[in-house]
Design a protein around this ligand. Sequence first.
Ligand code: PEP
Length: 255
Amino acid sequence: MRKKLVVANRKMNGSIPGNRAFLEGLLQGTQDAIHADYVVCLPHPYLYQCKALLHNTPIAWGGQNMSRYDSGPYTGSVSPGMLTEFGCEYAIIGHSERRSRGHETNQSAGERFEAAVKAGLKPIFCVGDTLEEYEQGKTDEVTFRQLNAIIEQSGVENLANGILAYEPIWAIGTGKAATPEHAQNILGFLRNHIAEHNAEVAQNLRILYGGSVNSKNCASLFTMPDIDGGLVGTASLDTQEFIAICRAASEAAAT
Ligand code: PEP
């Protein structure tokens, strides 16, 4: 039985007092929502604050990106070891906002996945199609290629150390979430593809849906058999809205 997981991707938002209100509110609001796991990904400078406020609590935290290198002349980058030093358990890898600006290719995303696992992090690996690809019926082909970057780089068994997230680019930040049926189709397709390599890894891997998840649409997404939770951007900026999503995941798991 896979435990539901809800991840906040707060992107380049926040402030020390704002984060404190969010994290303390979240701790309180999810206290009795014990059937799901929760992760918050804040901008790197605030990871120290996560460590201070979330240490020894059920809520984990992670980076929004990381370098595949341990150290060196990579101005502006953060190494996997730096994330673990700040208590991170997770790191988002291959988010479309990084892929689309040309910083990330399938190959480099695959390499980062491997580097994250080696450092003891659980990578949250994002795949997703553009609107054009979706309209041309190429979603399977595109996500298949993105997923294969990990399988080719480090073997399907390594997927057991991470999380997969399907995030259609046309749904991110647009308010137009994929229908639960569409999301289920793609997640089921990805899981079946993994099962062709290793049935146990496929069975145990948590696969999330991301793209305009909110408190109104989350329950119907979370009841789909292959949707193990959500990667949440915009709605994580509103503490009460995000708590409602977390609680819905816990309720979906409990029923
Ligand atoms: C995201 O960027 O990972 C995301 C899912 O954003 P939003 O929820 O705003 O669509």
